[in-house]
Design a protein around this ligand. Structure first.
Ligand code: MN
Length: 322
């Protein structure tokens, strides 16, 4: 997925200043953002109140949308650097193409994990013949300095570890580790992404790590996370310092648990790039516009995305204030 804002604001993120060391329950509203011609997504991160949760730096949730009579998702070729993209579906399918030559249909509960490293480009589309309902999330994970220049890779993991927590709780580990179960997806920082299903009547406690910060993104139903009832469309930031997370549900519910060690490095995020300085971002933009460095996506029916204009004010990472 791409940030399709015509005038995207630079986001300065990372560092400890924004991390809440103790457990909190901070409900962050999503913002409706049009994505292409027929999709509207809810952007949960970055948010006015919060930019990152661990290394998670971008969260878009979409659907459930009835696309039976629509083209569905159509995101033309666009570049990425300095991040990983995580594609996760509850319904429908997304056809991924990238500049490495990958061509993969991602289906519900399969991990599509793209490590951009120094440079990659990709497109995402609903296949011409598609399921009527599209429902999922697109997330980005910032790469740490030591790994952000790695060669780009694409991973597709249809089989992911499941945890049966008892009392109606089931968890699929998408990325990183949860309660001793580890995803096969390559992670570069201590992190977790999990899809958690609560059957009606669930009353459970999920073991978590006190040195991680966490947030919960509701996908369906009305999960009650640490006493807060979540309806789909918002993100509950939970802070750090927990050893377990109380979970309840009166109706069948599902949410994504996102967490990780607070990300220490200062980042500049602009459009589809994560860098460390304004100059680096400007150079990436120049290279994409010139058709350099990011390769070519073959087979997408349409022109690549043009980069938006850079903002007039220079992009500089700095200590952030809230
Ligand atoms: Mn993308």
């Amino acid at each position: 997925m791409s940030n399709l804002d015509l005038r995207p604001a630079p986001t300065l993120c990372g560092g400890r200043a924004d991390v809440t060391a103790r457990p909190v329950r901070e409900l962050l509203p999503g913002k409706q953002v049009p994505l292409g011609e027929s999709t509207v997504v809810r952007r949960l991160l970055p948010n006015l109140g919060r930019r990152m949760v661990g290394a998670w730096c971008f969260v878009d949730a979409y659907g459930p949308d009835d696309i039976a009579q629509e083209p569905g998702m159509q995101v033309p070729p666009h570049p990425h650097m300095g991040l990983q993209t995580v594609s996760w579906l509850h319904a429908g399918e997304v056809l991924h193409r990238d500049s490495l030559g990958s061509l993969q249909t991602i289906r519900p509960r399969e991990l599509g994990l793209m490590t951009s490293g120094r440079a990659i480009s990709h497109s995402e589309e609903s296949p011409r013949e598609h399921a009527p309902i599209l429902h999922g999330a697109q997330l980005w994970v910032a790469l740490p300095d030591g790994h952000r220049h790695v060669e780009p890779t694409w991973e597709h993991h249809p089989e992911l570890p499941e945890i049966a927590g008892g009392h109606g709780l089931r968890a699929t580990v998408i990325l990183g580790e949860l309660d001793g179960a580890a995803s096969p997806g390559t992670a570069f920082t201590p992190i977790v992404g999990a899809d958690i299903t609560l059957a009606a009547g669930t009353d459970a406690r999920l073991p978590v790590q006190p040195d991680f910060e966490y947030a919960a993104l509701t996908m369906s139903g009305e999960a009650e996370v640490d006493g807060v009832r979540l309806s789909p469309g918002s993100l509950l930031y939970l802070g750090c310092g927990r050893t377990e997370l109380p979970l309840r549900a009166d109706v069948d519910s599902a949410f994504m648990l996102l967490g990780g060690e607070p990300f220490e490095e200062k980042l500049v995020m602009w459009w589809n790039f994560v860098g460390r300085s304004g100059d680096e971002i400007a150079e990436a933009r120049r290279a994409w516009q010139a058709g350099e460095r990011f390769g070519t996506v073959r087979g997408y029916d349409g022109a690549p995305l043009r980069a938006p204009e850079l903002p007039a004010t220079p992009l500089k990472p700095r200590g952030r204030e809230r």
